[in-house]
Each structure stands twice: as structure tokens, then as C-alpha cells.
Design a protein around this ligand. Structure first.
Ligand code: BES
Ligand code: MN
Ligand code: ZN
Length: 514
């Protein structure tokens, strides 16, 4: 893991391999972001002509732009031999600080550009605790690589498989002020736990069956003082979990339901989090075609986010109870698989006609939602890579937030915005329920094609008691990033929703959910 320390030092006092400075877009060229003493020091080594030197090599100061230059050696100058200038876009209006997400992304892009490097000092414009937190988060989130399955020989490794930047020193004149150390520690825990979720998502499905996921929870629970309980296939059968069993029965690796909880003696609220944990989604008998199945190891991203959030809550000792429910199954076709036309009796007692075995997420979630509500939590949030339809509606970077209780839905959406995650509230039009009418069962698992992400939420609602403060996050778009990395977002698993859920738990701890 990348380490991060705060320092009130100047660039000249720290031995490092690189120094990161911010540049803004000033007219058509770059200008140094003002008010950062360490950056001024670097500029002095260039005889005050750093911006001009950057302009010469084509820098403009636009967001996500990275320019590297060697630092001239001057007496008492910066010790780092390399300057990494990261673009911040237009400078904020006088009196305003930079938008935290701009800082987060810039720090992430810089950290990514420094993979393979040992130690970098960051001299970005940090005006307050929020700015510091954003830079710390961005740098740590950007310094991520998934190398567990690389060959042992370096020669076999792909060119982009460099180890992440190992050590980060954040320069901040106010580093010793109250709150700053706590903000840095929170950023460290947050980045570790986002990395936990990313690692789980990136782990190939032949190495992460439901039982493997459950074992990973038990290991982390011991390490971080959480309580973990695992229902295996026998316990699921005894308990009548027809949804989870119906999805898992086609697979050679049986399903699990995991309950993992953080409790605090001073807690006055309990937050229940439910995660979809399909370790691989082939579609089942309603098999997905080539082109739609290559990345379906990502279908446990919701469970990964929930798990990571519970661990983060424990590590930060949040005065709130957080209970995670992970509905784990592999969706495979076989002679024992659920067929289109089968009827399942769910944990709630409701019956469901499975018309499409590829709409499996809602089946495992339904059982977990019913189980979670037996404990009467104060709020309930489920997280799932639930529908391709949501990616059609919102694209690859924005998750949908749905729920019957519009105030709570909007609160979760607002929490995501504050956490730096893109989300959007979506409606649940009642008429879409019509399509899920079944001639044989209480409800069918699919409706018409249009509005598929909304229909899925209406199905889940059938398993959530009226009046529950419930929100459903459909993270099918942002959970797995197939394009080139940008900002602090790597290729592959992104850890989507962890930051939102952690901030939600913190808000619950602060009494803001009541
Ligand atoms: N896991 C998929 C949804 C998904 C799609 C996640 C793309 C990530 C990226 C889900 O289980 C699924 O297959 N949903 C179906 C539902 C349909 C059969 C009603 C879909 O979206 O096509
Ligand atoms: Mn599916
Ligand atoms: Zn799925």
C-alpha cells in the first residue's frame, strides 16, 4: 500500500524522486497555481520561468494534463530531480478554492503518472481541510495497481504493470493544525478500502467463488474486529432462501449469504447495506452472448463495496452500527440450473416466475433485503450492478439512485455528490409493475424492455416493507472501467459506491439520517 504523510517542509527540505505542482489554464497557456510556497521554490529553480518552460513543451494547464520536466540543480533548490506539472483547468474565482473533485482528479493523474517511482512530494494548492482531503484521496486512489495475477518474471509483465508510487509526502503549511491529520488518516483508510473493493472486482472469477469471497470477509473480520456470519448452501436451504439458491444452483460453486457487521457502543443508529455479489454472471440458461460476458466478473461490485464500507467504518471507529449483507452466487447454465419458466419461493414467502435467468441480481437481492429488514435498521441501501438499461440511461460514469422515499433517495444522491461520485436520481413509475404480472406466480422477474433499470427497482420494492428509508444504487455503469484510466480511476474495478456509502455511514453517525 502506498504510504502518505503530511509535512510543513518546503520542497528544498525533502528528498524525493519527484515534486508535483499544479498549473492552471491562463488564457491559452499554463500558469503556476498561486499560493503554494513549495511550487514557488520549484519555479525559482527555473529562474521564475517554469510556466514558460511548460508552455514550450506544449502544456496548456487543462484538467488531467501531465507534463514532466527535469528540475535544474540550483543551490538550496528543490531536492527532487523531476517536476510533474498537473493541469487544474481554469483558476477559481478570487476567494474561492479549487473544486475538491478537480484536486482529487489532478492528484490521481499525477500519482498514476508516477507509477514505478518510490517517493513524490505533492505541492498542490490546498486551501483548507477539504482540499487536503481531496488531494490525499486522489493521490492514494490514483496510486493503485492490480498485480496479483502477473507472471513472476518481470519480462513477462505488460508495460503498464509498474508498481504504484510507494510513498507520498503532502506539503501543507497548515499540516499541524487540528483536523488535518485526521483528514489524512481518513483518506488513507478510504483509499485502502476502495482498493479492497477494486481488488475483489478485478480478481478473476475462477479465483473468487462465493465461498472464497465469504472466506475473505471472515479473514478481514478477524483483523478488524467485525462480526461475520456465513450461511452456506445447507443453511440457505434450511432457511428457505429460494432466490439465492435458485440463482446459485446452476453453478459448481455453491452460494453464500454473508452478514458482516460493525457495532459501536455509542451508536444511536443502524444502517443496513445489501450488496449484489454475483461472482460471475453468464446469464444462466438465458445465456449472455459474446461481447456481453467478458467483464461479468464485475457483477459482485455491490457486495465488494458493502464489505469495504463495513471494514472502513470499523477502522474509523464510527459511532454507528453498520450491517453488511452480501448475497453471493455464481450464475451459470447447467443441468441443475434454474430454467426460464421455473417458479421460486423466496425467503419472504412470495413466489417469483423466472422468465429470464439473466435477471438474477434482483432474485438474490430480494432474499437479502427481506433478511436485512428482520433486524429493523433505521435505513437500508442496496448496491448492485443490476441492469444494462441503467448504463444506457446514464452512461459509464454515473450510477442511478432509486427509492420510494424521495427524501432519502435525494439525501443519498447528495451524499454521493459530496463524496465525489457521480449519481442521478431516477423515478419508479408504478405502471412498469404491469409488465411483471405473472400468470402462475406472485410476480415475474422481468417486465418489458423499456425502462429496465426502473422496473428492476420496482421488483426490489416488492421485498422492502412500505415506509422503509430505502435507496437502491444501480452501479452497472461506473463499477467497471473499460476505457483508459483517467484522474484517479484505473482500468477495471473502480470501487464505485464505497466513498458514498462511507460518507453515508458518517452522516448516520452524526445523526443526519434521523
Ligand atoms: N449483471 C447484469 C447487468 C450488467 C450489465 C452489469 C452490464 C454490468 C454491465 C444483470 O444481471 C443483467 O444481466 N441484467 C439484465 C436484465 C434483463 C434480463 C431484464 C440486462 O440488463 O440485460
Ligand atoms: Mn444477469
Ligand atoms: Zn448480473
Amino acid at each position: 500500500m502506498t504510504s502518505l504523510t503530511l509535512s510543513t517542509s518546503t520542497a528544498a527540505q525533502v528528498d524525493a524522486d519527484a515534486v508535483v505542482v499544479g498549473v492552471v489554464k491562463d488564457g491559452s497557456g499554463p500558469a503556476l497555481a498561486s499560493g503554494v510556497p513549495a511550487a514557488t521554490e520549484v519555479d525559482a529553480a527555473f529562474g521564475g520561468r517554469l510556466a514558460a518552460a511548460l508552455a514550450t513543451v506544449g502544456a496548456k494547464g487543462g484538467e488531467d494534463e501531465i507534463t514532466k520536466l527535469p528540475v535544474p540543480e540550483v543551490p538550496d533548490g528543490p531536492r527532487a530531480p523531476l517536476v510533474v506539472a498537473v493541469g487544474l483547468g481554469a483558476a477559481p474565482e478570487a476567494g474561492d478554492g479549487f473544486d475538491p473533485e478537480t484536486l482529487r482528479r489532478a492528484a490521481g493523474a499525477a500519482a498514476r503518472a508516477l507509477s514505478g517511482t518510490e517517493h513524490a512530494v505533492f505541492a498542490l494548492p490546498v486551501d483548507d481541510e477539504g482540499g487536503l482531503a481531496a488531494v490525499a484521496e486522489g493521490a492514494l486512489l490514483g496510486a493503485y495497481a492490480f498485480t496479483a495475477f502477473r507472471g513472476a518474471r518481470e519480462a513477462d509483465a505488460a508495460p503498464d504493470s509498474g508498481a504504484p508510487l510507494a510513498r507520498i509526502t503532502l506539503l501543507d503549511a497548515a499540516a499541524e493544525e487540528g483536523g488535518r491529520q485526521a483528514a489524512a488518516r481518513r483518506a488513507g483508510v478510504l483509499a485502502d478500502e476502495v482498493a479492497r473493493a477494486r481488488d475483489l472486482v478485478n480478481t478473476p472469477p475462477n479465483s473468487l467463488a462465493p465461498a472464497d469471497f465469504a472466506a475473505a470477509v471472515q479473514t478481514a473480520a478477524e483483523e478488524h474486529g467485525l462480526k461475520a456470519e456465513v450461511l452456506d448452501e445447507q443453511a440457505l436451504a434450511d432457511g428457505g432462501y429460494g432466490g439465492i439458491l435458485g440463482v446459485g444452483r446452476g453453478s459448481a460453486t455453491p452460494p453464500r449469504l454473508v452478514r458482516v457487521s460493525h457495532t459501536h457502543e455509542a451508536a444511536t443508529a443502524t444502517l443496513a447495506l445489501v450488496g449484489k455479489g454475483i461472482t460471475y454472471d453468464s446469464g444462466g440458461i438465458s445465456l449472455k452472448p459474446v461481447g456481453a460476458n467478458e467483464t461479468m466478473k464485475c457483477d459482485m461490485s455491490g457486495a465488494a463495496a458493502v464489505f469495504a464500507t463495513v471494514v472502513a467504518a470499523a477502522r474509523l471507529d464510527l459511532p454507528v452500527n453498520v450491517t453488511g449483507w452480501l448475497a453471493l452466487a455464481e450464475n451459470m447454465p447447467s443441468g441443475s440450473a434454474t430454467r426460464p419458466g421455473d417458479v421460486l419461493r423466496m425467503y419472504s414467502g412470495k413466489t417469483v416466475e423466472v422468465r429470464n435467468t439473466d435477471a438474477e441480481g434482483r432474485l438474490v437481492l430480494a432474499d437479502a433485503l427481506t433478511r436485512a429488514m428482520e433486524e429493523s435498521p433505521d435505513a437500508l441501501v442496496d448496491v448492485a450492478t443490476l441492469t444494462g438499461a441503467m448504463t444506457i440511461a446514464l452512461g459509464d460514469r454515473t450510477f442511478g439512485v432509486l427509492g420510494d422515499d424521495e427524501d432519502f433517495r435525494d439525501l443519498v444522491h447528495e451524499t454521493a455528490r459530496r463524496a465525489g461520485e457521480q449519481s442521478w436520481p431516477m423515478p419508479m413509475p408504478r405502471e412498469l409493475l404491469e409488465g411483471m404480472k405473472s400468470p402462475v406466480a406472485d410476480i415475474a422477474n422481468v417486465g418489458g424492455r423499456r425502462g429496465g433499470g426502473l422496473t428492476a427497482a420496482l421488483f426490489l420494492k416488492e421485498f422492502v416493507p412500505a415506509g422503509t428509508r430505502w435507496a437502491h444504487l444501480d452501479i452497472a455503469g461506473p463499477a467497471f472501467h473499460e476505457g483508459s484510466p483517467y484522474g484517479y480511476t484505473p482500468k477495471g474495478g473502480t470501487g464505485s459506491a464505497v466513498r458514498t456509502l462511507l460518507l453515508l455511514a458518517e452522516r448516520a453517525a452524526a445523526g443526519e439520517l434521523a
